[in-house]
Design a protein around this ligand. Structure first.
Ligand code: FES
Length: 76
């Protein structure tokens, strides 16, 4: 099971994680990944400066592009 945490703290959210969250929800649904990927939100982790941040299996990705997210997920 892959766990993706999307920081929903205000700094990350307004700087792009609102769109990243929508992108991930659509990606998971379109690719039938809802059994293998758990998508959750998390609170601010005090890493705002480099954000917006997401975590894939606890590894941090800052400012991830949609292409980067896809390539990480497809490599798992
Ligand atoms: S709001 Fe995301 S790390 Fe602070």
């Amino acid at each position: 099971m892959t766990v993706i945490k999307v920081c929903l703290g205000s700094s990350c959210y307004v700087r792009g994680n609102d769109k990243t969250l929508n992108f991930l929800e659509n990606y998971i649904q379109k690719n039938n990944k809802n059994i293998s990927i758990e998508l959750v939100g998390c609170r601010c982790t005090n890493l705002c400066e480099g954000g917006p941040n997401i975590f894939i299996n606890e590894k941090k990705y800052s400012h991830p592009s949609e292409d980067e997210i896809i390539s990480v997920l497809e490599a798992l």
